[in-house]
Design a protein around this ligand. Structure first.
Ligand code: GUN
Length: 283
């Protein structure tokens, strides 16, 4: 392996302990984060558990609301309403995916834009697309922070984002473009993905398919950010990029796990802190 690791775990820890925690301690009450989990998705349970652990370590007020898979949309909307109105709560996050009988868009639209620490409300998505963000989706926000930490130049460089979800790919492309990269957004219908990867100086993979991006597609000296988290049948956790072969060529690469995942949580904490600071200093 010749690539250097983009160590999200270490940076997340540093940001949490050195930035978020001391600032949270200055507030008259702790930042409040509510996380709503509907159903039994095993990966979601793990993610929600981690968010709770980190929030607890930082001294946040943390509330996890766990609901059965057959919860009605109306009941979920009522819970979102009550969290929107709760003065101890600064951030409201509804974990995705939601069960199929619930219209996820309607639920995300209901989260108050002032507490939408996920940045999924159309008002926040629209603000980001216009380059005047309030809350930025945590995963792409964390990727930008990770690239910034090791001073990877972005201006004028060719960046490829693979995946066009509202959670990762689309906001990721917008953030890279706003940092003056020349961005290509590839997706499941893209023709000739290997050729696009070969041209990219920065690759962000957010497709959700195990090791879909092969190592020999990566150009020498590229920066590879792997947002994927795929569980193989043998139990191994792998990203969307074939790590070992990609690391032979890349200059920088994120490990899976320990790359993007911890940064996502750190950015959630930072957004919740900012939300609390806004709420507590404007009233
Ligand atoms: N499911 C996968 N990633 C996310 C995320 O960033 N936020 C929420 N709410 N759900 C997710």
């Amino acid at each position: 392996m010749s690539a250097a690791l983009l160590d999200g775990k270490a940076l997340a820890k540093r940001l949490n302990q050195e930035l978020v925690r001391p600032r949270a301690a200055l507030l008259p009450r702790p930042p409040g984060l509510a996380v709503v989990l509907v159903g039994e998705d095993p990966a979601s349970k793990v993610y929600v558990g981690r968010k709770g652990e980190v929030a607890g370590r930082l001294g946040f007020h943390h509330r996890q609301i766990t609901l059965p898979a057959d919860t009605s949309e109306a009941a979920l909307l009522a819970i979102v309403d009550s969290l929107n109105d709760d003065p101890a709560i600064d951030g409201v996050l509804v974990q995705l995916p939601l069960p199929k009988h619930i219209d996820a868009t309607r639920v995300l639209d209901r989260v108050s834009p002032d507490k939408d620490v996920d940045g999924f409300h159309p008002e926040n998505a629209g603000r980001l697309s216009q380059g005047r963000p309030r809350f930025v989706p945590c995963t792409p926000f964390g990727v930008m922070r990770l690239l910034d930490d090791v001073k990877i130049p972005l201006a004028g460089r060719r960046a490829l984002v693979v995946g066009r979800s509202n959670i990762v790919g689309r906001p990721m492309a917008q953030l890279l473009e706003q940092a003056n990269a020349t961005v290509t957004l590839a997706h499941s219908r893209t023709a000739e993905l290997p050729g696009l990867v070969r041209q990219a100086e920065i690759v962000v993979a957010a497709i959700g398919r195990a090791e879909h991006i092969q190592g020999d597609w990566i150009q020498d000296g590229a920066v590879v950010v792997d947002v994927g988290m795929n569980r193989l049948e043998d139990g191994r956790l792998v990203g969307d990029v074939a790590f070992d072969a990609a690391a032979e060529r890349a200059a920088w690469i994120t490990p899976v796990p320990g790359g993007v995942g911890p940064m996502t949580i750190a950015m959630l904490m930072q957004s919740t802190l900012l939300s609390a600071e806004r709420r507590l200093t404007t009233t």
